[in-house]
Design a binder for this molecule. Structure first.
Ligand code: BTN
Length: 248
């Protein structure tokens, strides 16, 4: 278990982790970069990782059979771990379903889960995590799809990136052991931003759904109460925003 590849500069740690997974990466192999030149977010978005200020890393997970049955929870695993690391620094963090961590209503971190399949078999899951640590890691306002912040901005003092990395990894290890438990979903649900509020989900192909965010299904889908019925929305390429957001 384990193994570390550190890069001062790389395209994307997820790409490196995926290539390593296709080779011989053990479970929990870690790729960390100080700077990413083509960091990726969900739905083809770019992820900003300038030198010396952010945390960008990817874990290669070799899922057990039980974990493979709960692959839809992996994004929650990353989000819960980051939220806990924020809380250990004294900040209250929420999870904007499915993959964003918010502090003070602003995005502080994002999770990108990519799976490597061999036929029907889940060979590896790449858990990519990007955290805005120092102020310089927050993208310029014009590049933002959602307001953003950093740990330094929220805490009012610089933060040690290695400490945050260590805390996040230890939370990933802890919650991974509980991935299949009902408690995992309850904990994820308890941290959901906009729970009980009207939200709008948008699929990358353009399909829009409006409803009250009730909670989560066992597979990590969001449960929405629309005018007509209760609907489960699968994470896939979905984005979610509060219905009163002017950018909807
Ligand atoms: C998102 O908010 O859409 C997800 C962002 C995920 C960014 C991280 S940074 C480390 C890893 N490498 C990447 O290229 N992306 C993820």
């Amino acid at each position: 278990m384990g193994g570390l590849r550190f890069f001062e500069r790389i395209g994307s740690t997820n790409d490196e982790a995926e290539a390593w997974a296709a080779d011989d990466a053990p479970d929990f192999a870690l790729v960390v970069a100080d700077e990413q030149t083509s960091g990726r977010g969900r739905s083809g978005a770019k992820w900003f990782t300038p030198r010396g200020s952010a945390l960008a890393f990817s874990l290669v997970l070799r899922p057990s059979e039980s974990e493979a049955e709960h692959v839809g929870r992996m994004v929650g695993l990353g989000a819960l771990a980051v939220a806990e690391a924020c809380e250990r620094s004294g900040l209250h963090a929420e999870i904007k379903w499915p993959n964003d961590v918010l502090v003070s209503g602003r995005k502080l971190a994002g999770i990108l889960v990519e799976s490597v399949w061999l036929g029907e078999r889940l060979e590896a899951t790449i858990l990519g995590i990007g955290i805005n640590v120092l102020e310089d890691s927050v993208p310029p306002a014009k590049a933002l799809a959602y307001p953003a912040t950093s740990l330094q901005t929220e805490l009012g003092h610089p933060v040690n990136r290695l400490d945050i990395l260590g805390q996040t990894l230890s939370s990933v290890l802890g919650w991974r052991q509980r991935l299949a438990e009902g408690e995992f979903i309850r904990e994820w649900e308890a941290r959901l931003a906009f729970r009980g509020k009207e939200v709008v989900t948008k699929a990358s192909e353009g399909q829009i759904l409006r409803g009250i965010l009730l909670g989560l299904e066992a597979d990590g889908s969001a449960r929405l109460q629309t005018n007509h019925k209760t609907v489960a929305v699968r994470a896939g390429e979905m984005t979610l925003r509060p219905a009163d957001d002017r950018m909807v």
